[in-house]
Design a protein around this ligand. Sequence first.
Ligand code: HEC
Length: 129
Amino acid sequence: MRKILPSLTARAFTGVAISLLAFATACSYSQGSEPSPCNDPTPATYTAVISPIFDAQCRSCHGATVYQTLGGGNDYSTYQAIKSQSASLILGCIQHAPGYDPMPKGGAKIPACDIERIKTWIEAGQPNN
Ligand code: HEC
């Protein structure tokens, strides 16, 4: 009895660990590869949500030091710079909407949830913090 118990406990623990792992993997899989509703608890502020998206997707061409050469003169390096330009133009471009210049230039659409976050942020009046 005494010898069996610890090994049973260890087995049960391993079982639980494996199912947790499978669950976690399943979660990140469905988030990354399927367009799912963005149940994002973080309020869509520039600082928390939007700036990191621009960092990852846009500022290689629209950053402060490169926008003149790589971004066609369109500066999206700061909150003020983005706010001073047309929000509907930005949205149309990232949605690859007809009649708009598709962005990122030469690339695929950014993740659907990121487009949704930018849209929500614009509709909320582009809050900074
Ligand atoms: C690989 C470089 C590159 C990336 C990455 C990129 N852009 Fe651009 N973007 C450009 C260039 C170059 C232009 C100038 C117009 C053109 O050449 O098509 C431009 C123009 C624009 C314009 C103005 C379009 C117009 O009709 O005046 C907007 C808005 C824009 N980009 C938004 C974005 C956003 C938002 C992202 C990130 C999701 C992004 N871009 C990522 C290169 C890029």
